[in-house]
Design a protein around this ligand. Sequence first.
Ligand code: GTP
Ligand code: PEQ
Length: 197
Amino acid sequence: MQVLVPYRVDEPKTRLAPVLDDEERREFSRLMLADVLAAVRSAGYDPTVLSTAPLSGGDCVDERPLTVAVNSHLEPNTAVVMADLALVTPSVLGELFETNEDVVLAPGRGGGTNAIVARHPQFRVDYHGASYRDHVEICKAIGASVRTIDSYRLGTDIDEPADLAEVLLHGDGRAADWLDDRFELSTSNGRTGVKRY
Ligand SMILES: Nc1nc2c(ncn2[C@@H]2O[C@H](COP(=O)(O)OP(=O)(O)OP(=O)(O)O)[C@@H](O)[C@H]2O)c(=O)[nH]1
Ligand SMILES: C[C@H](OP(=O)(O)O)C(=O)O
């Protein structure tokens, strides 16, 4: 199975700008990418980074917007795993990859789709907005069987400052180490967040 990991090189993780400056967002997003790639490899698969610009040898560079780029590299039996899943582990990826349905969806909080396995030849992605709902509708339209994976680790994409608390609480990769050197948990305002040391 082909495993694509989309990655936007320019201006990564803009929604983290309230707490991380430009250089920090670049560093942190690269470390999340590295953690995701390591987990895919440990699960027994060879990931391809679908990147908007060259990163290191072996990437597939495609400057077009996310949906167009992914669809043009979809072939039956392709997984798409986002690069901002800082909590992902080989075992949850194994659960995702070792399925049989035509399309397997791992929803993210807020309506997105954090990971997909697409085995049906007519399936196409449609990211942004409530893409999980859109992907279910696409499956209905093409008559594809669907399974939704209920997973905290696959469901936690790191988009907003509040998500960083999840990394401090449950991460153990390079991104979590990097964050742990700079931030600590803050429990003073109700919901657990992060604050700089
Ligand atoms: N190849 C490619 N990957 C993308 C593109 N836009 C986002 N991604 C990747 O898709 C995944 C999910 O991205 P989002 O969380 O929607 O956006 P983001 O760019 O990471 O962060 P924000 O700027 O805060 O929206 C991440 O792995 C991104 O690196 C794109 O246009 N092309
Ligand atoms: C790409 C997008 O990611 P989000 O903006 O939900 O993190 C989606 O999953 O449709």
